[in-house]
Design a protein around this ligand. Structure first.
Ligand SMILES: C[S@@+](CC[C@H](N)C(=O)[O-])C[C@H]1O[C@@H](n2cnc3c(N)ncnc32)[C@H](O)[C@@H]1O
Length: 357
């Protein structure tokens, strides 16, 4: 087990440097507190599909405005604000073009973040962050406070946002699945399950690499129902079995390895423990069954780390938490598992490999 101690954290007082060297400290702070000056233009440009319209070449603000059905002057100003942080770029001839960052907003991009941008800026998710004072007061998720219903129930009741949620993580999940397949010897398993597996991006990537594998995709019934039509064209979907159900109770039996990626960080402590115990009960006497958790983990020190930010996202939306390796070690031991290895898989995601103790 790779222990994360303060020795690994470097200088705990060192400030992370994510800004241009010329920026004085007050400009850096202004940039952060006024982040909406760039995030809202980027979101609006995403909603209008501007990146797709630039995929075949640069356009003027007037051309883009006509195709989006909006006014050219405000659109140009949004584009300039976005271009000031490297999302789109204005050429000398006044036309705008894609940049490497803007290219991720194209629907056909391999690593498309369009749905991610739409999800994080959706009204209910903005409202949940408006409830941060209440989170501080009660420790309960702001999403429910702001929207009257829990996060995953809301997604189930609003299928469009539910699909955006599933699509938002899929391109990132595929990359992580490729990294996981490179370090886990999957030849030893024949039936593997992904609990809270969403739209199957993780499992399908594993199945694509190993033709002998069968995958059990477990998630809430409304999620599996919504994503099933999207799987018809996948060449590996015939080796995917659907297992609709709810954690912690419903765990698919008779599998050789369980994967849980970025789902347990959405859960509060009690639900994580109940889920792990439920998996352990299902495994029973088998010692050769693997458990693989893929999560960003809490790191010490002040360096820029996605895990510290996703911790806020899951705290506000679903009462979850990004846990340290030590916390995982403790939780796994308390629930009948042994943490065999913890390693950085593809930053910020870690692979925690465990087996029944
Ligand atoms: C952050 S997403 C991760 C999806 C996928 N594992 C990935 O990494 O791309 C969390 C997933 O957990 C599922 N989930 C949440 N609560 C659940 C529950 N009680 N039972 C089963 N699945 C649940 C959600 O539907 C969602 O697909």
């Amino acid at each position: 087990v790779t222990a994360i101690t303060s020795d690994d954290g470097g200088d705990l007082d060192a400030a992370p440097d994510i800004f241009a060297a010329w920026m004085p400290s007050h400009v850096r702070l202004m940039h952060l507190v006024a982040a909406k000056w760039v995030t809202d233009p980027i979101f609006e440009l995403t909603r209008l599909g501007v990146a797709d319209k630039l995929a075949d070449g640069a356009c003027t603000a007037e051309e883009l405005a006509a195709s989006c059905g909006v006014l050219a002057d405000p659109l140009r100003r949004l584009l300039r604000a976005a271009a000031s942080v490297g999302v789109f770029s204005e050429q000398a001839d006044g036309r705008f073009r894609l940049t490497p960052m803007a290219a991720h907003l194209c629907s056909e991009a391999e690593l498309c973040l369009r749905d991610f941008a739409l999800l994080l800026n959706s009204d209910p998710m903005r409202r949940s962050f408006g409830a941060l004072p209440k989170v501080l007061e009660t420790g309960l998720p702001g999403f429910e406070e702001a929207n009257g219903v829990g996060f995953f129930d809301y997604l189930g009741q609003n299928p469009d946002l539910g699909l955006t949620y599933q699509r938002s993580w899929a391109p990132l999940t595929r990359r992580v699945a490729n990294a996981a397949a490179a370090v886990i010897d999957l030849r030893q398993f024949s039936r593997v399950a992904d609990l809270g597996g969403g739209n199957g991006a993780f499992l399908l990537t594993l199945l694509g690499k190993h033709s002998h594998l069968t995958g059990i995709l477990m998630d809430q019934p409304s999620v599996l129902e919504a994503i099933t039509p999207e799987l018809v064209d996948d060449p590996h979907a015939h080796r995917l079995e659907m297992f609709p159900g709810y954690l912690p109770e419903q765990i698919p039996p008779d599998v050789d390895a369980y994967f849980i990626k970025n789902t347990l960080h959405c859960f509060e402590e009690g639900l994580v423990a109940e889920t792990l115990r439920s998996i352990r009960r299902t495994i029973g006497g088998r010692r050769d069954c693997g458990l693989f958790l893929i999560e960003s983990v809490g790191l010490l020190g002040n360096e820029y780390d996605w895990g510290k930010l996703i911790d806020i996202e899951v705290m506000v939306n679903c009462g979850g938490r990004v846990r340290t390796v030590e916390q995982w070690d403790w939780l796994l031991r308390a629930c009948g598992f042994r943490l065999d290895n913890a390693s950085n898989l593809l930053a910020p995601q870690w692979l925690l490999s465990a087996s029944p103790s």
